[in-house]
Ligand binder design. Structure first.
Ligand code: IPE
Ligand code: IPE
Ligand code: MG
Length: 220
């Protein structure tokens, strides 16, 4: 199944402790490692898509944006071993053309080294916005002179797999421009837990709840 997570609440986690927001992002990055390792070892989960930086997050103070870019670069360098050890393939969605050459190279290198890994595909949403993704998909279709059908639109998205389960942490009940097309029939869970406090234990509880839900996809 395809699990998607809106990892929210890093800033509030730090504020609660009298720390700078960036400390929340650092702790959040550690949680990504734990959750990815758990998902790689859970045969039910094939794809894990994580919202890491939205097309709207450029509105944040320059210092925070720069810190997030640096954190991502360091994180990818460190986590390459985790990807290899856990047989995780690394991919991204979103428009990374605006990122620095150094970061783009790091992203491409991580993809190249992990491309044959099989247990889990971890997809990071980077400079991702669903409206941007759909707009780019439609542009591609016009260039290729493709017929406008739901199937063709889906085929041209950055990620074609429908989401089965969407989780958002931090208590906000909204989707913030994440995978709007792909969550058409997703089951959704909203937890008040802030992302840096999120654990594999809580994820397991949500997965158990998910299994109890009856998915009808419009049928009876
Ligand atoms: C999510 O945490 C991480 C990113 C959006 C990069 P936030 O930074 O949004 O944390 P809050 O929502 O301000 O607590
Ligand atoms: C969504 O969180 C984006 C990511 C988690 C990367 P935000 O914190 O940016 O969303 P809003 O502003 O609360 O909707
Ligand atoms: Mg937030």
């Amino acid at each position: 199944m395809h699990l998607a997570i809106i990892m929210d609440g890093n800033g509030r986690w730090a504020k609660k402790r009298g720390l700078k927001r960036i400390e929340g992002h650092k702790k959040g990055a550690e949680v990504v490692k734990e959750i990815t390792t758990y998902c790689a070892n859970n045969p039910e989960i094939n794809i894990l898509t994580l919202y890491a930086f939205s097309t709207e997050n450029w509105k944040r103070p320059k210092m925070e944006v720069e810190f997030l870019m640096k954190l991502l670069d360091n994180w990818l360098e460190r986590e390459l071993q985790t990807f290899i050890k856990n047989d995780v393939k690394f991919e991204t969605i979103g428009d990374i053309s605006k990122f620095s050459d150094k970061l783009k190279k790091r992203i491409e290198y991580t993809k190249k080294v992990t491309k044959n890994n099989k247990k889990l595909t971890q997809v990071l949403a980077l400079n991702y916005g669903s409206r941007d993704e759909i707009t780019r998909a439609v542009k591609k279709m016009i260039e290729k002179n493709e017929e406008i059908t739901p199937e063709n639109i889906q085929k041209n998205l950055d990620i074609t797999r429908d989401v089965d389960l969407l989780i958002r942490t931090s208590g906000e009940i909204r989707v913030s421009n994440f995978l709007l097309w792909q969550i058409a029939y997703a089951e959704m869970f909203f937890t008040p837990t802030l992302w840096p406090d999120f654990t594999t234990n809580e994820l397991e509880k949500i997965l158990n709840e998910f299994k109890k839900r009856e998915r009808r996809f419009g049928g009876i």
